[in-house]
Design a protein around this ligand. Structure first.
Ligand SMILES: NC(=O)c1ccc[n+]([C@@H]2O[C@H](COP(=O)([O-])OP(=O)(O)OC[C@H]3O[C@@H](n4cnc5c(N)ncnc54)[C@H](OP(=O)(O)O)[C@@H]3O)[C@@H](O)[C@H]2O)c1
Length: 290
């Protein structure tokens, strides 16, 4: 039986018209090494997803590029029929090549195909939220997003997408997107040690738009810092718990999607993110990213 979402740290946020727990789950780590192919432990991956739902998490972040297809098919197998309260956020705009790279796929035909493949692999008739992912592995790159976003707006008007977001974008691209269509979330790289978007987060908070940091724990190279370890040991907590608690306290519009392939880590992260950080703790942690 699912625990109440009220027991999750951070409470809830309304994404467009969808209520989600601020503590979500990022599914990318469920695919095989290099986010390619199936997981070594298929049943273990299903168990992580089911545990996320049992803990009351109602926001799962994914992409059909993870695997490719693998992560979406695992979500479908583990959780369908989906609880009404569960909202899956996916992203389009990149595909995978033979070497495991992430080449862009933003022409109208690729975007239409990707939306349809997400629907099929997730087993849905409508995608709750679709992020248009721009930039590259180095981060956001300047340039107009009008053409790909307008393609997604057309798919939204056809009833295939409920809400739109953008990912791996500059502040200018967020502004351009908002002039084209309502945007419910921005998903960019951000964590205790990487704070390029501080100003953008505050602006989005004023506009009621969610900011969803990817790599909240540092991604493929988990966060390591002597200041983080010092605060964690003073609070008798893990560095990961402190990093997540810091994000939840940073701004009310921040939604967490930490990734893990481990039920134990998932439980630890949920239990730890509710840690209350004092002004002194936050001041010490703020020095890491400045
Ligand atoms: N829009 C984009 O371009 C983009 C890019 C990257 C990611 N994303 C999204 O962001 C989500 C989060 O990113 P991420 O998963 O790459 O990075 P992350 O959440 O920053 O970190 C995940 C890593 O931390 C480890 N970890 C998690 N909890 C831990 C704990 N309690 N103790 C020790 N290690 C722990 C995981 O290993 P274990 O598996 O061993 O727990 C994994 O290696 C992804 O799932 C994906 O949905 C989006």
């Amino acid at each position: 039986m699912s625990k109440s979402t009220a027991s999750l740290p951070g409470g809830t946020w309304v994404l467009g018209d969808l209520t989600v727990t601020r503590f979500g789950y990022g599914a990318m780590q469920l695919a095989g090494p290099g986010v390619m192919g199936p997981p070594a432990d298929h049943d273990g991956a299903l168990a992580v997803l089911r545990e996320a739902a049992d803990l009351g998490i109602t926001h799962i972040d994914t992409s059909d590029a993870y695997g490719p297809r693998v992560t979406n098919q695992l979500i479908r197998q583990a959780l369908r029929p989906y609880p009404e309260s569960l909202h899956i956020v996916t992203k389009v705009g990149a595909t995978r090549d033979q070497q495991g790279g992430w080449p862009p796929a933003r022409d109208p035909e690729s975007l239409r195909r990707s939306v349809n493949e997400n629907l099929e692999n997730l087993g849905l008739e409508v995608l709750d939220t679709v992020n248009l992912r721009l930039g590259d592995a180095q981060g956001p790159q300047p340039g107009s997003l009008a053409e790909p976003l307008e393609t997604l707006v057309a798919l939204q008007q056809q009833g295939l997408i409920r809400h739109l977001g953008v990912s791996n974008v500059t502040a200018e691209q967020v502004a351009e997107a908002r002039a084209i269509a309502p945007i419910v979330c921005v998903q960019n790289m951000y964590n205790l040690a990487y704070r390029h978007d501080d100003k953008l987060i505050d602006e989005l908070a004023e506009q009621g738009i969610a900011y969803v940091p990817f790599f909240p724990l540092g991604g493929f190279s988990p966060l390591q810092s002597s200041a983080l370890s010092a605060v964690a040991s003073r609070l008798d907590a893990t560095p990961m718990s402190v990093a997540l608690a810091w994000l939840l306290q940073r701004s009310p519009n921040i939604l967490l999607i930490p990734g893990t392939s481990s039920v134990a880590h998932l439980r630890e992260n949920v239990a730890g993110a509710g840690l209350s950080l004092s002004h002194e703790d936050v001041a010490e942690l703020d020095k890491i990213g400045h």
